[in-house]
Design a binder for this molecule. Structure first.
Ligand SMILES: Nc1ncnc2c1ncn2[C@@H]1O[C@H](COP(=O)(O)OP(=O)(O)OP(=O)(O)O)[C@@H](O)[C@H]1O
Ligand SMILES: [Mg+2]
Length: 246
């Protein structure tokens, strides 16, 4: 079994994973926290490491491109990038094609309460380079989870995630824009998540809790972003876990 000591030496670089299935709120929460601590943190996105559009695997059942399996991403480049960051190397420049804004925002009062939490813990951020890594495929492979010092695992039920995903216009891709074809969440997104992540859950059932030993081993915090969850409590829980583990 792996333990904390096996996290690689970090040079004051703290890599924080914002992982979990599509539409679970990773980008929203990561961007919200990052925007409140811009000088101390940097945000990168796994979605900037997709293969070019014509190289995305085709699902044999539906004939659709499968943007949700690990093979759609350049993990060799991604891992090299993360290891470089951890070793304090100046990273190769990766042009981000992710939207800079979020649909869901904190109100003024909520933002000022979160700022207060940050200000009261500023010492924790001193002498550290904190990198938030946002991605839907950060935990499927032990060689990747192990690179993170702190991990946040966002999730919600099939119905909630499907509703949120269906409401989205689409995604910027390396060469264009992707719009889900009919039934895409049920036939591609959820099965790909289940296939790649089930081994992390009790009884290999993604509707159950994560295996408790994994939570400890990899410093993972589960964050349920269900239907009635609000952004403020999600951000508060994520931030408190980060601060406690810095
Ligand atoms: N608690 C919530 N209540 C209402 N809407 C939410 C909530 N959390 C997220 N959303 C909405 O769901 C959508 C997906 O959120 P977000 O983009 O943060 O997900 P994601 O995990 O980054 O997904 P992906 O992996 O597909 O990029 C967004 O439109 C966001 O505003
Ligand atoms: Mg996202």
């Amino acid at each position: 079994m792996v333990n904390h000591q096996e996290h690689e030496v970090s040079n004051g670089v703290v890599l924080i994973a914002f992982g979990g299935p599509s539409s679970s709120g990773k980008t929203t929460v990561a961007r919200t926290i990052q925007s409140l601590i811009p000088q101390k943190t940097k945000l990168i996105h796994l979605d900037d490491f997709y293969l070019t559009d014509s190289k995305i695997p085709i699902d044999s059942k539906t004939g659709y491109q499968n943007w949700d399996c690990p093979e759609a991403l350049d993990f060799k480049k991604f891992k090299k990038y993360l290891v470089g960051l951890k070793n304090g190397e100046e990273p190769i420049s990766v042009e981000s094609i992710q939207p800079k804004d979020t649909d869901l925002k904190l109100n003024e009062e909520e933002s000022s309460q979160i700022r207060h939490v940050i200000d009261s813990n500023l010492k924790k951020f001193d002498n550290k380079k904190i990198v938030f890594v946002d991605g839907f495929m950060l935990f499927h492979d032990p060689s990747i989870i192990k690179l993170f010092d702190i991990s946040l695992f966002f999730h919600a039920t099939f119905d909630t995630l499907k509703t949120r995903r269906d409401a989205r216009k689409g995604y910027n891709t390396a060469e264009g824009f992707w719009v889900d074809p009919p039934n895409y969440f049920k036939s591609i997104v959820w099965p790909a998540y289940e296939e790649s992540h089930k081994h992390l859950f009790i009884d290999d059932d993604i509707n159950k809790n994560l295996k408790p030993d994994l939570l400890k081993t990899y410093k993972i915090k589960e964050l349920n972003n269900g239907e009635s969850q609000n952004l403020f409590s999600l951000v508060t829980n994520a931030l408190n876990f980060i601060i406690d583990n810095l």
